[in-house]
Structures are given as C-alpha cells and as structure tokens.
Design a protein around this ligand. Structure first.
Ligand code: ADP
Ligand code: MN
Ligand code: MN
Length: 374
C-alpha cells in the first residue's frame, strides 16, 4: 500500500466521526484568474443552507490566485449555486461562487455575471444547452494514463466507446465521477470513452439558461477532486498530444495522430423544439455564419489561441478560419443531428468550443447571436 493510500484509509476513520447537527461544512468553489482552474476553501455554518442566498459572502487572497488588482488583494465570493457534497456527505454542501473585486465589479474571469444578464434577457426563448465535456486522464507524471511509458499506443480506432482493458484506461475514475455528479445534483446525462486512448467525455444537459455553466463548472470541480482520490490528473487542454514524429534511420516516423478535446455545445430554443423548428435552426445557423470570429474568441480562454491547435480541419474538426454547417457532418462548425433533420425540429450542435472553454462565455454568445440579435 502506498503512503497516499494509507493516508486515504486513515481519513475514513475520521469521516465516520459523528458530525454535530448544527455544524455544516460548506466548500466555497470559484474560478481563479486563469479562467480555467478552480479553487476552493471550507467554512463552517451553523444551519443547513437551502439556497445559496442564505450563505454569507466570503473573501480570499486574490494575490495567490492571479486575481489581485494592485494592492487590493481581497476578492469577494458570492454564493450562486448549491450542491450536495459527495465527499463529506450528510448536510455538507459545495457552493459555487462568483468573484467580485474591491469595487464590487466582477473580476476579469467572472464571466457568469454577464452570462446571467443575457440569460435573463433571453429567458422567453427558453434556451437549452447540452455540453459534451471531453478531457484527458494523465498519470501523476503527466503522461496520458495507461499509455506505454516509453512509447505510444496503437493508432486510433478501437478506443472510442471502447470495452476491454486494452481499449480504455481510467474507467474507474469516470464511473466514480458520474455517481458523484448525480449525488451532488449536477444534471449529468451520459459518458463515453473518446477517440484518443485515456480521453473521455461526459455530457451535462439539457440545462436551461445559467444552469448550464453552473452545472458544468461543478462537474469539472468534482472531476478534479475525484481524480485526487485515484492519484490521477485530468487535463482540459484541447490538444494534449500533438502529432509527434521522431527521427529514425529510415527517416521520419509518425508516433501518432491524436484527436484533440472539445466541448461540443448542443443548443435549442423553444421554437426550435416545436414542429417545423428546423426553420428556426436554419435561421440561427445563418446568424452564426455572420459572427464566426466573435464565437471563436469566446470558445476558449485565450480568444482562439488554444483552439488553433485543435480546429485544424482534420480529426473531426472544421478549420478555425472557416464557418460551415451540415446534417450529420462532423467536419463542420455546426452539425444538425440526423434525427433532428428527419423530425424537422430539435437542436443544433456547435462543435467549435474547446474543452477548456468557459461555458458561461459559450452560452452567453449563443443567446446573444441567435436570440437577441446583439
Ligand atoms: P453526440 O452525438 O454529438 O456525441 P451526445 O449524445 O454526446 O452527442 O450529447 C448530446 C447532448 O445534447 C446531451 O448533453 C443532451 O442532453 C443534449 N441535448 C439533447 N436534446 C437537446 C436540446 N433539444 N437542446 C439542447 N441540448 C440537447
Ligand atoms: Mn458525444
Ligand atoms: Mn458531439
């Protein structure tokens, strides 16, 4: 048994200690200044919170999270969504928070604030979203989990939705995360192994409005946290393995041709879901075609820089430079699922968002472009 495993079994004894009824642990969770990573810290409250509004505003040291502005290092945490805690159980909670500066303005990476305003404006459209979150499991040495330490797995083909110990790596983590999400109250709707070995996907949705961003960020928090228990790392990098070549006597030999990771965003309005909604879907696609660059800028945390490595036009992606749409076509920016084309209603899939996107930015710009004409 490794030292880490010994520590984990020792912890179990203490987690079984009876917890005073009026002492509830609340993990406040927030997005840090990178716009990608999450932070958390715990506070005891002496009541069982039923809504985030009942919980106190808190603060943290922004100079340690890339969130300080000059000498104003205090950043405020405003509770916005409440989840059951699958680690501490009982009445303990995980609390998703927005971050605000000393002057009460949202911090640079608080994209929830403007997203919530847009969702309020667009609420009569009843926008639904379903995000397919792809991610890659890494060993503690940062090498993809299950890959040979001094080489590469066989070429892609057998791994997508794979079954068998030589096809998929890390299923235990994925299964544990699925249940943790369900327990917490995240609207998780599925999971499957992705095309690159050690790469997986889970889906959250359909969620209406601001809930999409809330539930996806909480699902990401739970994934990183569950992975701690397995001594594994998870990366949302949109292209964790570049095509790599190495020099051999015979010339260059390819060491693999690996898919990137996205966050396909499925989107519909009430009108799209009703009979003949296909007309609405086509109108939305027309609007999207006129705002390609604006969307690309909102689809990763670095205004398209991260997605440049992924949206190459191969590996089931479209080129970052072009907008395209098609029925059942996975090389397009926008795909209309085959069954939606047949039913003449349903939803569209925007395949452009990168796996490390901020779902608040993605859902906000979709509603702005397709519903509000802003
Ligand atoms: P794919 O076929 O691209 O792999 P998935 O099955 O992985 O698609 O994910 C589809 C996602 O679309 C799910 O999260 C699902 O909840 C969501 N979804 C289904 N219907 C709608 C709808 N009408 N509007 C928005 N999202 C939807
Ligand atoms: Mn999928
Ligand atoms: Mn998809």
């Amino acid at each position: 048994m490794s030292m880490a495993d010994k520590h984990k079994s020792a912890l179990d004894r203490y987690l079984r200690l009876p917890q005073p009824e009026e002492k509830i642990q609340c993990s406040y969770v927030w997005i840090d200044g990178t716009g990608e990573n999450l932070r958390s810290k715990t506070k005891t409250v002496n009541f069982v919170p039923k809504t985030p509004k009942e919980l106190p505003i808190w603060n943290f040291d922004g100079s340690a999270t890339y969130q300080a502005e000059g000498n104003n290092t205090d950043v405020y945490l405003h509770p916005v969504a409440l989840y059951r805690d699958p680690f501490r159980l009982g009445n303990n909670k995980i609390v998703l928070c927005e971050t605000y500066k000393y002057n009460k303005k949202p911090t640079e990476t608080n994209h929830r604030h403007s997203c919530a305003e847009v969702m309020e404006k667009g609420k009569d459209y009843h926008p639904w979203f379903g995000i397919e979150q792809e991610f890659t499991i890494l060993d503690s040495d940062h090498h993809p989990y299950g890959w040979p330490k001094n080489g590469f797995p066989g070429p892609q083909g057998p791994y997508y939705c794979g079954v068998g110990a030589n096809k998929v790596y890390g299923r235990e983590l994925v299964e544990a995360h699925y249940r943790a999400c369900m327990y917490a109250g995240v609207n998780i709707s599925g999971s499957n192994a992705a095309i690159m070995p050690a790469q997986w996907e889970f889906q959250v949705g359909p969620c209406e409005g601001i809930e999409m961003g809330d539930d996806l960020w909480m699902a990401r928090y739970l994934l990183h946290r569950v992975a701690e228990d397995f001594n594994l790392l998870v990366t949302m990098d949109p292209k964790p393995m570049q095509i790599s070549t190495h020099q051999t006597k015979g010339g260059n030999s390819k060491m693999g041709d690996w898919n990137g990771a996205g966050a396909h965003t499925n989107f519909s309005t009430k009108a799209m879901r009703e009979d003949n909604g296909i007309i609405e879907i086509e109108q939305a696609i027309d609007k999207l075609s006129r705002h390609h660059i604006r969307h690309i800028k909102a689809y990763d945390p670095h205004e398209g820089k991260d997605n440049e490595r992924r949206l190459t036009g191969v590996h089931e992606t479209s080129s970052i430079h072009d907008f395209s749409a098609g029925v059942a076509n996975r090389s397009c920016s926008i795909r209309i699922p085959r069954d939606c084309a047949e039913d003449r209603k349903g939803y569209l899939e925007d395949r452009r968002p990168a796996s490390n996107c901020d779902p608040y930015q993605v859902t906000e710009v979709l509603v702005k472009t397709c519903c509000l004409n802003e």
